[in-house]
Design a protein around this ligand. Structure first.
Ligand code: GRF
Length: 196
């Protein structure tokens, strides 16, 4: 793993929306498990304005807006200029291009709000996941951190934990429960990957 003089990995977090996992990773880098290991050196957002962009801005972290009209080469150059050696996807809705997968092989993680391999794959994101879990009558759901490969939600699982689904559980209440779990599990899993 490429590290700087402080022995910290330069992490890029890729986002598209609210940014609560981005926030938990930033917090963990400043005063948590990730503090000795990594810093968020770049936030890549597929949207020009998002909760995640505002979180990055108030944390003083450089942002790269990767909208559809921006060439992949510009993103690759920015990742190189910022000496990014590990990527965490946190609610990022664009497909990761093969060039990035190749350059960062085994160094890209994603967090998914269900117990993969169930309730994953193309189109399974956001509230759709929790609605499907409730409709299937599951007794357990949870969060999964996995390596990113060319197939959606199909890479090796690095960390997974469960939450119980109550008899009156709704998709909304389940989403809250799982998100709370993600905020602890994802920084833990990133730390595990960086020290493996
Ligand atoms: C999370 O539920 C995560 O599991 C999924 O997208 C959501 C992102 O939420 N991949 P946030 O933007 O981190 O708040």
């Amino acid at each position: 793993m490429a590290e700087d003089s402080e022995n910290k990995t330069n992490l890029a977090v890729f986002v598209s929306g609210r940014g609560s996992n981005l926030e938990s990773i930033i917090d963990s880098c400043s005063a948590g498990l990730l503090e000795p290991l990594a810093r968020v050196a770049l936030v890549v957002s597929s949207k020009a304005s998002s909760g995640a962009c505002r979180i990055a801005e108030s944390a003083g972290i450089d942002r790269f807006i990767y909208s559809k009209d921006i060439p992949l080469e510009d993103l690759l150059a920015t990742l190189r200029d910022k000496a990014i050696s590990f990527i965490a996807l946190a609610g990022y809705l664009r497909r990761i291009e093969n060039e990035i997968l190749q350059r960062y092989s085994g160094k890209i993680l994603n967090v998914h709000p269900a117990l993969l391999p169930k309730f994953g794959g193309k189109g399974m994101y956001g509230m759709r996941v929790h609605q499907a879990v409730i409709e299937a009558g599951e007794k357990l759901s949870g969060a999964t951190v996995h390596y990113v490969t060319e197939d959606y939600d199909a890479g090796a699982i690095l960390a997974q934990e469960t939450v119980e689904i109550g008899s009156n559980e709704t998709a909304d209440s389940l989403a809250d429960k799982v998100l709370t779990l993600e905020h602890r599990l994802y920084p833990e899993a990133i730390a595990k990957a960086l020290t493996a």
